[in-house]
Design a protein around this ligand. Sequence first.
Ligand code: DCP
Ligand code: MG
Ligand code: MG
Length: 945
Amino acid sequence: MALQRKKREHPSGNADFNEIEDEAYESVGFHDYGDYFERKKRKLQNQNAALYKDMEDSSKSNLFEGLSMAINGYTNPSYSELRTMIIQNGGTFVQYVDRKTSISFLICSFLTPSKAIQWKHHKVVTPQWIVDCVRQQKLLPWMNYRAVQPAASQSLLAFPDAFKKYDPQVSEQLHESSEVEGQPQDALPSYHLEQTETKENKDELSNRLDSLSRSALHNYHLLKNPNIRKSTTQNPEFLQKFFDSSRLHHLSTWKATLKEEIQIMTASSSSLTSTGNIKSGNKQHYIMHVDFDCFFASVSTRNARELQLKPVAVAHGIRNSEIASCNYEARKYGIKNGMFVSTAKSLCPSLVLVDYDFDAYESVSREFYSVLADTPNDCLKVISIDEALLDLTTHVDSFEECTKVAESIRTRVRTKTNCDVSVGIGSNVLLARLALRKAKPHNIFYIKDEDACEFLQCLSVQDLPGVGPSQSFKLFDLYGVKTVGDLQQINKHGLQETFGVNYGLHLYNIARGVDTSHISNETPRRSVSVDVNWGVRFIFLEDAMDFLKRLLKELLIRMSKCDVVLHQLQLRVLKRAENAPFDPAKYLGAGEVTTLTKSAMFTSATKSFDILFRQVINLYTSLNVDPGDVRGIGLQALKIVKDDKNERVFNFNAPLKTPHKQILPGPLNEQQGQNQGNENIEASSTCTTFIPSTPYDLPSASQVSPSVLAQLPQSMQGNIRRQLELQNKRVDEIPSQLDPLFLKELPTPIRNEVKEDHEITINRRLKLKSHVQPNDNIPTETAKKIQQQDAFEKMLRPNKKVKKQYIPQVDLQVLEELPKEIQETVLEETKVNRYDLAREVKMIPNPVITFQQKQSINELRELLARWYEKTPRGPNSRDVDYFSKYLGRVIREERNLLKVQALIRWLQQLNRKDKIGAWQMAIEKTVEVVQEACFIRQTPPLVLL
Ligand SMILES: Nc1ccn([C@H]2C[C@H](O)[C@@H](COP(=O)(O)OP(=O)(O)OP(=O)(O)O)O2)c(=O)n1
Ligand SMILES: [Mg+2]
Ligand SMILES: [Mg+2]
C-alpha cells in the first residue's frame, strides 16, 4: 500500500474531530460555558428585557415575585407557555443557569439519572406546579411536585457514622419547612454550623458562602448530604477507609514492597543488565514476560469452580464504580477491565460481581514471585503485583528451551496458587510484551526476530506500547495509518518531522520490533508516597489544610516503616480541568484533571512533622488552587536516605520559627508568578523551593545557580561560597535541575528529548558563565541573561493552553430582533460597526458542520447505521461523546435543529427492534446533551419521541 502523506480535508474547512475535541464545549453542563455564553447571555437578557416588557405590562399577578426559575428539557405545557406564565405572574425567568443556587426552582418533567444526582439538593419541580399555582393563584407546597426524589440512589462505601454532629434530618426539615412558604431560599443550610444556630453564625457563614467560587459552592451543596460527606475527605476517618478499600493504593504499596524484597534478594548476586536489541553482537537475548490471567478475578474465584465458568468481575459493586478485573468469560461479552459496572451490566446482565480480597491477592503474588525467584535468571524485574520480566539470556540457548522454562513456571504457579499465568517470549522487552498479549489467556507464545516484522504487521498501531489514542489518530489523520504494517511504510524522516526526533525514531523502531530499552535488577527504593485521588472534596482552605495534615501524618508513618528520612518533599495536586464537570462520571472520582506539582528541598534529611507541615502549607498555598477544584492530593518523600538514628535530623532545641522563607529565589518565584491569577496551568510543573531544615543551614551546592547567588546579599553569598569551598565545589558546577523522578515517569523518547534539550541549555548556560569571574559580583546584565536561560525549566511543562480571547461576536439576526435603542447599546458595547457586521455575516454564513466528513442527512444516516451494525454490544463511549459533541455543535453553530432531530430519531429507530441496552444508554446520553444545547441556545427542546 503506497502511503502518501495526506491531510484530511473537510469540505467546510472548519470542523474536524480535533476541533471537536479541543473546543471548550464538552457536553454543556448547566454550569459550563465560557465567555461566549456570558456574552450571549447578556445579549439575550437585553433581548428578553424588551420581549418581556409587553408581557409584564399585562401581568396577571405577583404570585411568583422574588422567585427565579429556569426550564429544562421537554415540558408540557411548552417552554414558551411556561415562560409566559412565570413572567406574567411576577417571577423572574432565568435563561442560563450558571449556578444552581442562582435559581429558586428548576422546572422540568424529567431529569436523567446523573442530572438527578447533581440536582437532588435543589428545588426541581414538574411543570404542573406552575400550572396549579397559577390556576389557584397561590404558592402550593413544591414538594408535592418534585421532579427529583430526595432519596440518594447510590449505595456508598460504608463508613462508620462519623458525622453525628451534622444532623441531616434537622437540616432537611428546615429546608422543607421554609420552602412550604415558597420562599426563595438560597438558604443557610444548617449542617455547616456545628454550633448553635445563632444569627451571627448564620451571617458569618452567609458571608463566607458569598465569597466562594462556583466549584466550592457546588461542593458545599454536595456535602450537605451526610452520606456523601462521610465518603469524602471531610470525614476524619476517610483516609484509613480509603486505603483499606483502594485497589490502586494496594497495587502501588505491593509493587514498592516487592521491588524492595527482590532488590534485597538480588543485591548479593551480581546484577546483570540486559540490552534489548533484537541482536546485540552475536548474542541472542531471551526475555520473558510473565503475567497472571485476569488476576483479581481468578484469585477471587480460585476456589469456586462454578463461578469460573460464569462471567465474573471484581468491583466495589456500585453502579459507577470501575471493574478492576474481569474473567475471560466476561470478556466474551465485550466487558473490559476499567469499565463502569453499569456499562458492563448492560452488556451482560448475568455478570457476577465479586468483592475485592486484597489479602488473597497479596499472598498469591508472593507465591508467584517465589516461583520466579527460584527460576535461574540473569535479571528479575517487578512490573506489578501480577507480572514480571525475566532475562534468561545466559541460562537458555533457544526459544524452545525458553518455552520449557515457561512451562515449568506455569505449572508451578498453577500448583501453588490455583491460578494461571501466561508467558510471552522475545529477544527484547517489546517483543516479549507483544508475545504475551498473543499468549493470553493460559498460554505461552514467542516471537523470533525473523518473524517480528510479519507478526507486527497485522497489529493495530494502538497495540504498540506508548502509542495512545492521540498519536494513533494523528497517524491516521496524516498518513492514513491504521496497522503497524501501514506504519512500516512511513520513512523515518517523515515520522521524525511529524513527531519529533526521538518519538519519531521510537515509532520507526517499534514498528519493526526494535526496542533499545534495558532491564536491570531492582535498585533500592527511591521514594515513599501517599496519594489520594478519590473522595477529595473541599469547600474552604481549612478543609484542605486539615486533610494535608492527615496525609502528612500518613506519609510519616510509611516513612518510618521503611526507616527513611527525606531530603525532598513533593506535593502533587490534581486540579479539576478547565471545563470538566464538577461531578465526574465516576462517583466522587477525580475526573479530568490537571496535575500540579511542587517540591521543597531540605539540606538536612528530616522526618519532623513540624518542619514538613510548614512546607506543605507553603507549597499548597503557592499553587493557588481553588479548594473547590481540588480532586486529588499526594505527598511524596524523595531523595530519601536511611534514617541514621544517631544523625541529627532536627535540632530540637532550636525554637520553631515561622515558616521558613524561601531563601533562594529560584524557579519557584517564576512559577508562583505564573500561577497567580492564572488558572490555565496545563500539566505537571516541577519546581523546587529550597529550605534549610535547621535555622543556620545553607543550601547544598547542588542547587546553587550563579544567577541566583548574584542576587543574594553579600554576606550570604560569602557564606555559601565558603560552604561550597568546604565541599570542594564551585558555583559554576551547575547541577541538573531535572527531577529524576519526573523524568522517570516520561516515556523514554520524550525523556531523551527533554534530557537532550536540557544539555543544550546547560551548555549555553556554561558558555554564558565562562564570562563570570567566580569571586566577583556577577554583572546584572549577565545575571539576567543566565536567568533567562533558566527558563529551560519551562520545557518540562507542556504548552499552556492560551486562554481563549474573547472576540466580540454579534449575531445580526439576534441584533435585528432587538429594539432600536438596545441595538445601539449592543453595537457600542461591542465596538462593532453595523456595516462590518453585515459584511461579516454575509461572508460567514452558518457553517456546515461535518461528522466524519459527512454532512448530508442521508450520508450521516448511513454512517450511523454502519456504526450501529458494527457495535452490537453497544458503542464505545468516546464515539458517543464525539457524536454528542457534534450534535451540540450543529445546534449551536449550524443551527440546524431538523438535522439533529432526524439523526437522533434515526438512532432510536435503529435500536427499536433489538433494544440493545448499551445503545439505549448512548442515545439517552446524546439526547441529554442535545437538550442542554437547546436550553443554552434558547430554543425550545427538541421533541424526540
Ligand atoms: N488500573 C488497574 C490496573 C490493574 N488493576 C489490578 C486488577 C488486575 O486483575 C490486576 C492485574 O492487572 P492486569 O493489567 O494484569 O489485568 P488482569 O490480570 O486482570 O487481566 P489480564 O489477563 O489482561 O492480564 O491489577 C487494577 O485494579 N486497576
Ligand atoms: Mg494480568
Ligand atoms: Mg498485569
